[in-house]
Design a protein around this ligand. Structure first.
Ligand code: PDD
Length: 281
């Protein structure tokens, strides 16, 4: 079942207009939630980010986040989802194509669930990455539907035989196509500060909290491609990727070429805090 506005319908019953501004302009916002054991993970953070994205692009949310939470939980129950994700998007609505905000349009909400196993293999073995100039706009903190630069960057990585792309602005590392970037260097965990140049990842915040609980020194300060290339460990964080080690960057080995000890420690701490029955037995 899909959630379409305030109703649960089949996919075929979702009627999105060709005039929907999401389609013409990418004029909408979205969230991807992780579901562990039928439970929305860090839901509050996702709702707060959704409210911020919607407010800053001036799309009125059709319902309170409290009501949205009720709807998403109903959707999870209806679809009997245990392990997977919930995708939800809200566009400015349908109106004949014209740049100004339409006077009459009503926001269009659509959400669905996807069953998805946890990425155990890549979390254990690590992935490879390539670097690329970050050509996105200057409000990367907003989770909008305008993802063409992210799509192009991800495809660039795949075309090079790598899994992910690490973006940088003139040598300053920002984040990845759909995840945040962290390195460990001289015992310190380093990641780009949560400003307008990166998405304020829910997993990023969760991992930083874990690191502080583990008494790991944390530095939320921009680092360079040079720092990245000489890092002892590197990993990405994200709703679908959790904590995934990066073992090679631009064909050069990171550290020992295997997931590092700090990364593994954080993965373990992450695992311990998941809704119980979701833990791998
Ligand atoms: N992407 N950076 C970007 C550009 C992202 O698109 C995402 C998430 C993240 C990680 O944020 P979080 O920990 O809140 O998932 C960082 C989602 C999963 C997506 O677009 O599919």
């Amino acid at each position: 079942m899909y959630l379409y506005q305030n109703e649960f319908v089949s996919k075929e019953q979702v009627r999105i207009s060709p005039d929907d501004r999401g389609y013409y302009f990418g004029d909408g916002v979205y969230e991807v939630f992780r579901v562990y054991n039928g439970i929305l993970f860090e839901a509050e953070g996702h709702y707060e980010r959704l409210e911020k994205s919607a407010r800053d692009v001036r799309i009125p949310l059709p319902y309170s986040t409290r009501h949205l939470d009720k709807l998403l939980n109903q959707l999870i129950r209806l679809n009997e989802l245990a392990e997977g994700t919930v995708y939800m998007q809200i566009t400015r609505g349908a109106a004949p194509r014209s740049h100004p905000f339409p006077a009459q349009a009503e926001p269009v909400l659509m959400a669905y669930t996807t069953e998805m196993a946890r990425p155990f293999e890549t979390m254990e073995k690590g992935i490879t990455a390539v670097t690329m100039e970050d050509i996105r706009w200057l409000r990367c903190d907003l989770k909008t539907l305008n993802l063409l630069p992210n799509v192009m960057a991800k495809q660039h990585a795949l075309d090079q035989g790598a899994h992910e792309v690490i973006l940088h602005r003139s040598g300053t590392v920002t984040e990845c196509s759909a995840s945040n970037m962290m390195i460990v260097k001289n015992g310190e965990l380093r990641t780009h500060p949560a400003n307008h140049l990166i998405l304020h990842g829910i997993t990023r915040a969760f991992v930083l909290q874990l690191a502080r609980q583990l008494n790991l020194p944390v530095r939320e300060e921009a680092f360079t491609l040079d720092d990245l290339r000489t890092a002892d460990e590197a990993f990405i964080t994200g709703t679908t990727t959790e904590i995934t080690p990066i073992i090679r960057i631009d064909k050069q080995t990171v550290g020992q070429g295997v997931p590092g000890p700090v990364t593994v420690k954080l993965q373990r701490a992450f695992e311990e805090r998941l809704p119980k029955a979701a833990i791998k037995s």
